[in-house]
Write a protein that binds this ligand. Structure first.
Ligand SMILES: Cc1cc2nc3c(=O)[nH]c(=O)nc-3n(C[C@H](O)[C@H](O)[C@H](O)COP(=O)(O)O)c2cc1C
Length: 476
């Protein structure tokens, strides 16, 4: 693919230059020109809701590494990643990484899976994170560290046995998404979903026993929970009306409440979505068009965020009724519209060149998150997609929290290259520029080519990992 046509964020050396560019590219994004001293920073203010307490406003977003064992236990690479989450200084750990609740729901043969057999090892991940946090920040530093575990079934994107063989288990037939699976797509039956809800509850019980304070019942990125939300054309108890489409979530939540009432529950939600994109002229992404049957459909040709968020508002209202008041907002899917889900200058190998300045994608997620926060002030909200802001991340983050557009700033890719960015910001230290994620997307390309995920360009550990050579050869 040729080189993207947008100026690099690192080239904006002053607040004025950055602001001018945001205006020029149409990214409606506000930021603070200067960072507050640590004692006055809104990012340093503790937060508590429903008994879950986090000592500051940085959150580590869930990120898997395609590096568990065949049995679904963590490997040394997994443990290293969680250690680095622990030294980040962030006080909210949203899920760690996607953990499948049963084998057929694994997104790859190396995804973690929570069963009685792996339970001890997955408890160990949390302990590793806490130990790293204590070692870096003091022996009682974990008193305000909130750690959850993300539970998932990968649904349409399941590849449990072989990295190269999709075994999609979908909620409904989607004309465009089904085309991407020439060998066919199997639909889960209502009975399958009844049993799966029980398995989620059993996994939540294990997460609680392992010391996790909350579970994220994952509803994002095109995986099963998310797809069920748009199963308008599905027959039976889990499709059609909103009530039916929320049945799976409700059944899981009721089951958890009946089994482990002390366990917190959160939901990571793709709050809006577009249809699938593909490579167009010059490898630039174009919408495939067609019916937008996704949850929170945003028409790429005529964006109306307020209308797109109608679905999310219905869901958040229901979450409030269920007394779930922790939501992590994300968007789209890494499989069919990666540019909106994780804005990047350099696309992953199965992607396309960005059809917009990635800052527009960042601004879109921050705007949507702010709208939901305003509409649901009592829900604790975590925002996503800040990594592309690079050198300007702390300034945008400070503004977003100060202005009440989000309660937490979630960090994904940035912590793979620069795990202790939150600690540096909270201590008033300047950013270490050589560690700033420049969105080369190797953390996504690696797994797409069957390798482990990591920051190959900037993290020396992965730079010299045997998969780095393979990645170079496979990328050509
Ligand atoms: C390598 C990698 C693995 C990811 N794994 C997960 C995951 O397990 N669960 C999840 O909800 N999101 C996952 N994501 C998405 C991130 O949590 C986040 O939403 C996304 O990277 C955008 O945030 P950022 O701009 O800070 O990177 C992953 C992203 C990357 C790059």
């Amino acid at each position: 693919m040729s080189t993207p046509a947008y100026p690099r964020v690192a080239s904006f050396k002053t607040a004025g230059a950055f602001r001018d560019h945001l205006r020029a590219c149409g990214a409606a994004l506000s930021f603070d020109d200067a960072l507050e001293a640590p004692s006055a920073s809104p990012l340093a203010v503790p937060f508590e809701r429903d008994g879950l307490r986090a000592g500051n406003r940085f959150c580590i977003l869930p990120m898997e590494g395609w590096d568990g064992t065949a049995d679904g236990e963590p490997s040394d690479l997994t443990t290293r990643r969680w250690q680095r989450f622990g030294i980040s200084g962030a006080k909210l750990i949203w899920g760690g990484e996607a953990v499948a609740v049963q084998h057929d729901g694994r997104a790859n043969p190396n995804q973690l899976i929570l069963t009685p057999r792996t339970h001890r090892a997955i408890a160990g991940l949390r302990e590793t994170l806490v130990a790293a946090h204590r070692e870096r920040f003091g022996s009682d530093a974990d008193a305000d560290l909130a750690i959850g575990l993300q539970l998932t079934h990968s649904g349409r994107y399941a590849r449990p046995a072989d990295k190269a063989r999709p075994e999609p288990l979908a909620a409904y037939h989607h004309p465009q998404l089904d085309r991407r699976f020439p060998a066919g797509v199997r639909l889960l039956t209502d009975d399958d979903l009844d049993r799966l809800a029980d398995t989620f509850v059993a996994a939540a019980r294990m997460a609680y026993d392992a010391g996790y304070r909350f579970v994220d019942v994952k509803h994002c990125h095109g995986y099963l929970g998310h797809e069920l939300l748009s199963a308008r054309t599905r027959d039976g108890r889990y499709g059609g009306s909103l009530d039916n489409r929320l049945r799976f979530l409700r059944t899981v939540v009721d089951g958890i409440r009946a089994t482990v009432p002390q366990l917190g529950i959160g939901v990571r939600l793709s709050a809006f979505d577009m249809g699938p994109f593909r490579k167009g002229d010059g490898d630039v992404g174009v919408s495939e068009g067609g019916p937008l049957s996704v949850f929170g459909a945003l028409d790429s040709a005529n964006e109306n965020m307020d209308a797109a968020l109608a679905d999310a508002r219905d869901l958040l209202a229901e979450l409030e009724r269920m007394q779930i008041r922790w939501v992590c907002v994300t968007a789209g899917s890494p499989y069919y519209n990666p540019h909106m889900q994780r804005p990047a200058l350099f696309p992953p190998s199965d992607g396309y060149l960005p059809p917009e300045d990635p800052l527009v994608g960042v601004a879109r997620q921050i705007d949507a998150t702010g709208r939901l926060k305003r509409a649901f002030p009592s829900i604790a909200i975590v925002g996503s997609a800040y990594s592309y802001l690079q050198d300007w991340l702390p300034n945008v983050a400070q503004h977003a929290v100060r202005a009440g557009m989000t309660d937490f700033v979630g960090l994904g890719r940035m912590v793979l290259s620069y795990p202790d960015l939150p600690a540096d910001v909270l201590a008033g230290r300047p950013l270490q520029r050589k560690h700033i994620c420049r969105t080369f997307s190797d953390c996504t390309t690696g797994p797409r080519l069957g390798l482990v995920s990591g920051c190959y360009p900037l993290d020396d550990f992965y730079k010299f990992h045997p998969d780095a050579e393979r990645l170079k050869t496979l990328k050509g």
